[in-house]
Design a binder for this molecule. Sequence first.
Ligand code: PRX
Length: 675
Amino acid sequence: MEEFHWTKKWEKKNADFHKWNFDLSKGPIHISWFNGAETNVCYNCLDRHVEAGEGDRVCFYWEGNDPGQERTVTYQEMLDLVCQIGNYLRSQGAGPDDEVAIYMPMIPELPATMLACSRIGAIFSVVFAGFSAESLGGRLTSPVPKVLVTCSAVRRGAKPIELKKIVDEALEIVEQSVATQAVDPSASTPHMHQAYSNRRLAEGLSSAALGGEDGSGRKGVPHVLVFDHTQASGLGRDKFQAGWVEGRDVWWQDVIPSQPTTCEVTWRAAEDTLFKLYTSGSTGQPKGVLHTTAGYMAGIALTYKYVFDHRPTDVFWCTADCGWITGHSYVSFGPMLNGATQILFEGIPTYPDAGRWWELVDKYQCTVFYTAPTAIRALMAQGDQWVKKYKRSSVRILGTVGEPINPEAWWWYYDVVGEKRADIVVGEKRADIVDTWWQTETGMHMITPLPGCTPLKAGAASLPFFGVEPALLDQAGNEIEGPGQGYLVIKRPWPAMMRTVAGDHARFEQTYFSQYKGYYFTGDGARRDEDGYYWITGRVDDVINVSGHRIGTAEVESALVGHHLCAEAAVVPLDHPIKGTAIYAYVTLMEGLGHPPDDPEAVRKELVKAVRKAIGPIATPDVIHWAPALPKTRSGKIMRRVLRKIASGHESKLGDISTLADPGVVKALIELRGK
Ligand code: PRX
């Protein structure tokens, strides 16, 4: 912490964090770190290094979707760009605590905009540029941001995606929503289907938890700043003329380069909000997770330094998009707080071929590489030859994040990518694997090996990071001592943890602290072995981890019942060889349509389209199972346990189904599997 620049230091008395706890019965949960301190995250990421004479150090090696598209951005150039963006955002009225939304592809301007917001004290909210217009619209209403920063279009692999068009559509939804809320402030947000929200209410969820009570919604529409990405996407400005709204839309290239390259820093109190990031929970309405300034900065700087064993000569590459927490903590901030050089890649690992990542590893001499198990499994399926074509001799640490890594994938990563035979003794190996467990809510790595330090076990996230105190609880909420399996909880606050859910502190307390008194509940299950190592077993709530991305079952169900042919839907996870878990949807169609319907393929396509429209391609259901009815208890609760067993073909192990209102439903469902 001493190496950071502070305009005010924290008060010493706050160092005594042991007096804090997570016990709701003792009052509201209010976490704060470094009280009394004042700093600025952007200043610590950029100015500090430039002032120390490191301005010429490479900040980003940018590689575009297509080979041959590349840019190098030094720390000095990054600072200049960030200042220009900061000045412009300020000129548009974005000041401290105002929101700026970002919907951009992986170009240097994306982290630069995040840093620019932090420089001027604006709260940034990045929405992954793979989300649909409806999803984006739903994330732009509470409040409506002052500015929305986006890009004309981008190519992902061979496919062009017109981001600006998606933004135009999203803003129409926002306008409608703002107008509706002006008439009826309790109206539900755009992507919560009313019939569905009524059903969830009947299941006992509060309207606040569903997002029915909106907070301080700012009326109107944002100013839209559009980066012209013609060169890379192949689509010129003229392509976007039709949807252009004069007075609302401005081309980035017309206004940013003319701004001054110095921009006054807005110093922020330790607990001032840095950013909001939406993530899926157990209800249909994504939660806006809020992170603050000093604690977040300390947590990610420290974890980056130790978990990736940072050295000044490193070339770090995190393949995550800045639209997710991994891209926030370990692209935009953690590495830059440590003055690291990074690779920023816009494309996908299989374009133009499945060797692209390894080609880039050699090209830029990457030393530390961080990715998700789903990508490892996908590349593993393409064959070793794509990896072996390249040297990869620069790599010394390989990281994973986002979902449990199966031992097979772990060994492939270790043996083939890290090019090591399994029988070589510890100490001589070339690349260590760090399997990092953490969450949007935790902000920073929580359970992870430290390279060169922690003896590795394939598939174990291993041991807690400094100061993190995990525990396992049984069904009754009692702590399990020694080896065992249970619900993963955390006992004490850590600096980078979320502080609240935007506009809904009650939901924050209810989601994370009400289940087990005195603990932060992660929503994950885990096993602890005889060496104290943690093995994460996956989500135990209504969240499905698809390719490392969190999708709430309720969000998918809401999208399905939003379609006029669908009467009811229930979504469960299904093991998948590449995605880890896939989405399996049971659908009851409207009366008279039949199960299966006359043209099952056509209806299936329609329903999948509805989900992609409401959420985005990442939420595409892999299976749609026609269900004349769903298995419900007499009180109307869907027995998801039964649905999971039927989906995975384990109907011989259904357990006790005597509480079902109509046990005959089960037989009908089994008969319809695969139809
Ligand atoms: O289920 C855990 C899984 O991802 C969830 C958090 O998702 P998200 O907030 O989107 O953040 C992902 C990136 C930090 C967790 O509750 N998860 C994350 N890392 C691991 C993991 N599961 C097993 N092993 C991991 N290393």
